[in-house]
Write a protein of this length. Structure first.
Length: 100
């Protein structure tokens, strides 16, 4: 018996079971994949002008448009990944609550 068991504590964090039940790790991997994929697609469409050239001319301070759109793609990937994780976790929570 470990010292943690004598105090009534388990080896893992108290939220470990909840995170496992909600499949947060799986949802995070899916969210990151979707976020990076969507952001990469948007970046490629904008940089390589796959939908045609932009109708106006614009200047970008310090660095060129590629760097600015790379930063925007990183923010877009993060936000998309977070959104996917939240939606998938909420769906899992609703399904688990119906089973109880």
């Amino acid at each position: 018996m470990s010292d943690g068991d004598a105090d009534g504590q388990t080896d893992g964090p108290p939220t470990g079971g909840l995170l496992a039940a909600l499949a947060v790790k799986r949802n995070t991997v899916i969210g990151l994949g979707v976020g990076v994929g969507v952001a990469a697609l948007a970046y490629l469409v904008r940089i390589f002008e796959l939908l045609g050239p932009v109708g106006f001319e614009r200047t970008y301070p310090i660095v060129g448009p590629e760097a600015w759109f790379l930063l925007l793609a990183i923010v877009f990937a993060s936000a998309t990944a977070l959104g996917v994780v939240v939606v998938l976790t909420a769906i899992r929570a609703v399904r688990l609550s119906k089973d109880v």
